[in-house]
Design a protein around this ligand. Structure first.
Ligand code: BF8
Ligand code: SF4
Length: 635
């Protein structure tokens, strides 16, 4: 028997069905891929030029340099920073779309969008130091969009990006500036990484990694602006009760799964679906249209509108195996190319929407902000048509869903705390950290990976940290794991939190009108919303007059796999946060790069990577780090 594939109960129901139907899933392909290439796992395989591919022999017997003369340190460093560049490109391109949409709204060009949260827009303007006195909303939106787009255009190397400058502590900015790793222009920094890693360029592993850190900070900048401008356009999350896992798919509704990352598409699909409900009923679906989310698009619409989450990364194919998804609408990132083939085994319309993200076999409906409403109508109409072809005999919706209380952005956390202390909302949090009721804060982020039984490391670590009175935040597929496993409930707090954490969560939750404790893990949103967690940390650090690397704050990506996770993990380290990885990073073929990321980083930045594949040991190590930080603060 091989290792358990998933701890999600839906997988246990649906994998045998997939097998019976002859559908291969991500886990089948993982098995077929064994054994995986050891050179690639160590990061010592180079395909950067056509003299290669080259690989360095990790045992020292064979070649120690590639054909051009690059050694393992150079090859590993180049590979990993190219991953960071790709991750930064993904997040920042998403951010650029949102910024351009804001600009379009300001100019009155985009009828499908509006500023739904004017207070947030004003708050963003104030943060960016934009004078709003006497300005109307379109003018403020235009100014915010302009300042944001400067972060993609500025050519002055000494002037850091506007967003990062407005977001971090002063001490952190100085420390990053001294290392010359503050980005001045997202696009330029990504381009520099691609340029310096060409054959015959930067061969110094330290210099390369510093370039990668700058790229990761550009990624952070892109995420901050994506989060905040999305809030202005679509609303800032506030606590809402919803549900997660494949049981949210309804047998008697037209089910549309929105999958990918960028809320520009899913928001309009949700809105149009509401208007077309009657058409679905006429087509024979008594429950109308049911939108469910997958991956980070799912998180975006979940925290803003309480739309239920069907699946995180590794169960996206299983959503199709239910036979009850009529359309899967995708935009960018983390969409397995296999979904079109699986959709074709059923009646499901798999619809791609972005010109630069197509999948063979899928239907493409081009999505542009200018014509978003028409595209969304076409998408919803396609789903209704597909519903008519659904074969009820092939419908297998697992009877699993968990309640989840989600939507904890900075604003809602502060609002909840303000019910305890209106004048100084952060004070109750700080007091409880100082007196030890809360030992520290852990941010869980990142993906699922076939290297780990799905969701198992997240859940194991969270239960252990909770018992040890650590307050937990989550984003991305990590948040999806916790939601599916019932850890975003008040019951979970009562069951798993240590006594002092339980008391604090109950005091805050009760006073905030939740009739009981806050949920055990606070859902902050999608992967770009990791920026929300940083904002909370910066507010606490500023109030204490310390920097981020002094706080009892840790991050963990126990099931990381995407290049975006590499970028996020690296900026987390650069911000001073000890960052755990529960999957093996592809860098261990270079002792120098490994040492840089896990040890030298601590001196340079205060943050560092901590690699531990066993979730129980990982939780212990994070608890140790938290205690070490507390000692440093004298608390
Ligand atoms: O941005 S956590 S698998 S869905 S990369 Fe992808 Fe990883 Fe999920 Fe969201 Ni983030
Ligand atoms: Fe080989 Fe050097 Fe070309 Fe890489 S860049 S493939 S190490 S020759």
């Amino acid at each position: 028997m091989t290792m358990k594939l998933s701890t999600d109960p839906s997988a246990a129901t649906l994998l045998p069905i997939a097998k019976k139907e002859g559908i291969s899933t991500v886990w089948d392909r993982h098995r077929a891929m064994q054994p995986q290439c050891g050179f690639g796992q160590l990061g010592v395989c180079c395909r950067i030029c056509w003299k290669g591919p080259c690989r360095v022999d990790p045992f020292g017997d064979g070649p120690q340099r590639g054909i051009c003369g690059a050694d393992a340190d150079t090859i590993v460093a180049r590979n990993v920073i190219r991953m960071i560049a790709a991750g930064a490109a993904g997040h920042s391109e998403h951010g650029r779309h949102v910024a351009l949409a804001l600009q379009g709204v300001a100019e009155g060009r985009l009828p499908a969008y509006q500023i739904r949260d004017e207070a947030k827009l004003r708050a963003v303007a104030a943060k960016l130091d934009i004078c709003t006195e006497g300005q109307d909303i379109p003018a403020i939106a235009a100014a915010v969009a302009k300042a944001t787009l400067e972060d993609f255009q500025n050519q002055d190397h000494d002037a850091p990006c506007n967003w990062i400058e407005a977001t971090l502590t002063k001490k952190r900015l100085e420390r990053l500036q001294a290392l010359h790793v503050l980005p001045h222009n997202i696009d330029a920094v990504i381009t520099q990484i691609m340029g310096r890693t060409l054959v015959g360029c930067d061969a110094d592993p330290v210099n390369l990694i510093l370039g990668g850190i700058k790229g990761a900070l550009a990624d952070f900048n892109g995420m901050c602006l994506a989060t905040e401008l999305s809030d202005a356009l679509f609303g800032t999350p506030s606590p809402v009760i919803t549900a997660a896992n494949l049981g949210v798919i309804k047998p008697d509704a037209v089910n549309i799964a929105v999958h990918g990352h960028n809320p520009l598409l899913s928001e309009v699909v949700c809105e149009v679906a509401g208007q077309m409900d009657e058409e679905a009923r006429k087509a024979g679906a008594p429950a109308g249209i049911n939108i469910v989310g997958i991956c980070c698009t799912g998180n975006e619409v979940m925290v803003r509108h309480g739309i239920p989450l069907a699946a995180n990364y590794l169960s996206q194919e299983l959503a199709l195996v239910t036979g009850a998804v009529d359309a899967m609408v995708v935009d960018v990132q983390c969409i397995m190319p296999s979904v079109s083939e699986i959709g074709a085994c059923f009646h499901t319309a798999v619809i791609t929407t972005m010109a630069e993200n197509k999948i063979p076999g899928a239907t493409h409906v081009d999505f542009k902000e200018e014509t978003a409403l028409e595209s969304a109508r076409r998408i919803v109409a396609t789903a209704i048509e597909a519903y008519k072809r659904r074969d009820p005999r092939r419908v297998n919706i697992p009877d699993f869903k968990q309640t989840a209380i989600v939507g904890f952005g900075v604003e809602s956390v502060v609002a909840a705390l303000a019910t305890l202390n209106a004048e100084d909302p952060l004070q109750p949090l700080i007091e409880n950290i100082a007196n030890g009721n809360i030992r520290g804060i852990a941010l869980f982020a990142g993906c699922n990976s076939t290297q780990v039984a799905q969701d198992s490391s997240f859940v194991t670590m969270a239960k252990k940290l909770a018992a040890n009175n650590v307050l937990m935040l989550a984003t991305g597929c990590g948040a999806g794991s916790f939601a599916k496993h019932g850890l975003m409930t008040q019951e979970a707090t009562l069951e798993y939190a240590g006594d002092s954490l339980k008391a604090v969560m109950t005091a805050i939750g009760t006073s905030a009108g939740l009739n009981g404790p806050l949920p055990l893990v606070l859902h902050m949103g999608s992967c770009v919303d990791n920026s929300r967690a940083v904002q909370v940390a910066v507010a606490v650090a500023d109030k204490l007059g310390v920097d981020l690397d002094q706080l009892p704050l840790v991050a963990s990506a126990p099931e990381a796999m995407s290049e975006k996770a590499v970028a996020i993990g690296t900026w987390s380290v650069a911000l001073g946060i000890p960052t755990h990885l529960g999957t093996m990073p592809q860098v261990t073929g270079s002792a120098k790069v490994t040492e840089l990321l896990t040890q030298t980083a601590k001196d340079l930045l205060g943050g560092y990577f901590l690699v531990e594949l066993d979730p129980n040991l990982a939780a212990d190590k994070l608890l140790e780090v938290i205690e070490e930080r507390r000692k440093g603060l004298g608390i």
